[in-house]
Design a protein around this ligand. Structure first.
Ligand code: MCA
Ligand code: AMP
Length: 491
């Protein structure tokens, strides 16, 4: 058993992170997080107002050091979703910046202002501060909320053991070292941006630069000659990069000079792979993960370009394909389609307060991912779809159709609602709402409905297209026929 962040314990004047205006060395991060760890030690659970700032990194590292579970919150979460998360996870304190204005529900909780420089506390009692943060700990480290097909989001409980196992497997797959400088612009309330993007570099003793918000100009500035060696992004970001390459020689150079370009959270279309390779000579590596499993597979560094493939299982991860009835499939033929199940030290511990959902998610000790794939003769995995049609991946965010339908039904001008995902070149999938207005003469506007969903749930869950119908198509039993929605539009 050793420390989750050895470089933090050692301390040094090497840069650990740069987020916004704040740059922290390992020594400074150890001081700031250590001081905060002392203050939150013994707290039940802490909510972290996860803005894309150094405060979020300090708060999460402090919680890990103090062995206190942290719940990263999307600062744009709407009122209903926030109320659910707070009710479900019952944090005893919220960690936020001094200037952050917290919404109702959170504002009433005891609050600790996160500081990135230690001014107001005395010397850090190192032994206590670093008592937590072991890489073998099974106790809950992070609780990350993720959408399912039905019902409100579930809290995925992740241990330090899972986090360390997954990050160390990536070290091997990507030759990730302390010399790497990661550039990213992902949100810090999900696994991709927080675990891979912040805790990943810290575990390696390397550094991370966060752009604050994604822009191709930011990538061009920070990657390559700017000092960044790696870029992590969702396909939407790579799509926007691919669009910009034709007119941006600085962006081409930045990508060409980077050591590693990684895409994940959703499939990167082959067309975008090809555009990036044609312009820069570089291959984007895809890896496949999930909040519940952290990382499962990756295209190995230095392998031939394999657009459309998520590569091979990472060290320690066992992966199998199963048929509808649960029978394991043996074929490696690039054709036989089955559901991916995985097991290994990278797996989550449980869904918070949901033993039913936890039990349903497993087949023995195998986790059912719900992703459907084939295996090539050389073992490479190609994801071809998802079992649940009611899960939408938009911009790399997983969104359940049911939560949006329920939110829409709460609008007084909506009588019936159905939500589907439609292919979108930028977002991968776009959320489409099919609405029967309460009064056909006075339908609500699409913008009004988008604002309503953004206010209750989150802006990334808002419908981007709204169609108004006279009735939703149903079968004789009254069951909604989502596939028939486009016809109903013209009916
Ligand atoms: C727009 N906005 C609104 C509204 N409309 N706010 C309130 N009400 C409205 N009606 C605001 C937004 O808050 C935002 O503000 C701005 O307008 C644009 O938002 P949005 O439309 O969401 O931007 P986008 O263009 O769609 O964003 C693309 C994106 C984003 C940047 C690529 O989708 C993104 O960050 N995706 C990352 C998802 C991710 O990290 N997934 C990981 C989970 P402002 O501009 O001020 O922000 S998956 C995972 O973790 C697993 C393990 C894995 O495998 O990785
Ligand atoms: P989340 O539950 O938000 O963590 O999202 C996990 C889901 O994202 C997985 O179950 C997959 O459906 C999808 N996903 C992640 N990475 C990839 C990838 N490289 N290619 C295709 N789908 C992916």
């Amino acid at each position: 058993m050793s420390a989750l962040f050895p470089a933090l314990v050692a301390g040094s004047d090497r840069p650990a992170l740069r987020l916004g205006a704040d740059t922290l060395t390992y020594e400074e991060l150890a001081e700031a997080a250590g001081a905060l760890a002392v203050r939150i030690g013994g707290a039940g659970r802490v909510a972290v107002w996860a803005t894309p700032t150094a405060r979020t990194a300090v708060a999460v590292v402090a919680a890990l050091l103090a062995d206190v579970p942290a719940i990263p919150l999307n600062p744009r979460t709407g009122e209903r979703e926030l109320a659910h998360i707070l009710g479900d996870s019952a944090p005893s304190v919220v960690l936020a910046g001094a200037e952050d204005v917290l919404p109702a529900g959170l504002a009433e909780l005891p609050r600790i202002d996160v500081e990135t420089t230690v001014t107001s506390f005395g010397p850090v009692p190192a032994a206590f501060a670093f008592a937590g943060g072991s890489d073998a700990s099974e106790s809950p480290a992070l609780i990350v909320y993720t959408s399912g097909t039905t019902g409100p989001p579930k809290g995925v409980v992740l241990s330090s053991r899972a986090i360390a196992a997954s990050l160390d497997a990536l070290e091997e797959a990507w030759a990730w070292t302390a010399d790497d400088v990661l550039v990213h612009a992902l949100p810090l309330f999900h696994v991709h941006g927080l675990v891979l993007g912040v805790l990943g570099p810290l575990r390696r003793g390397g550094s991370v630069r966060h752009l604050g918000a994604f822009s191709t100009a930011g990538v061009a500035r920070e990657l390559g000659a700017g000092g960044g060696t790696m870029l992590f992004g969702v396909p939407t970001m790579y799509h926007r990069i691919a669009d910009a390459l034709a007119d941006d020689p600085a962006l081409v150079r930045a990508l060409a000079e980077a050591r590693l370009l990684v895409s994940g959270s959703a499939a990167l279309p082959v067309h975008d792979h090809e555009r990036i390779t044609a312009a820069t000579g570089r291959t984007v590596i895809e890896r496949y993960g999930m909040t519940e499993t952290l990382m499962n597979t990756s295209v190995p560094l230095g392998s031939h370009p394999r657009p459309g493939s998520v590569g091979l299982p990472l060290r320690g991860v066992e992966l199998r394909l199963v048929e509808e009835d649960g029978t394991e499939m043996r074929a490696y033929d690039g054709e036989s389609v089955g559901e991916i199940q995985v097991r290994g030290p990278n797996l989550f511990s449980a869904y918070l307060n949901r033993p039913d959902a936890t039990a349903a998610a497993f087949d023995g000790d195998w986790f059912r991912t719900g992703d459907v794939a084939v295996r090539e003769p050389d073992g490479y995995v190609r994801i071809v779809g998802r079992k649940a049609t009611d899960l939408i991946k938009s911009g790399g965010y997983k969104i359940g159709a049911g939560e949006i339908e329920n939110a829409l039904l709460d609008h007084p001008a909506v009588r019936e609602a159905a939500v589907t995902g439609a292919p979108d070149p930028d977002l991968g999938e776009r959320i489409v709402a099919w609405v029967v207005p309460a009064d056909a003469e006075k339908p609500p506007t699409a913008e009004e409905l988008a604002d309503h969903v953004a206010g209750l749930l989150a802006p990334h869950k808002r419908p981007r297209t709204v169609h108004f119908l006279r009735a939703l198509p149903r079968n004789d039993m009254g069951k909604l026929l989502k596939k028939a929605l486009p016809e109903a539009l013209h009916g």
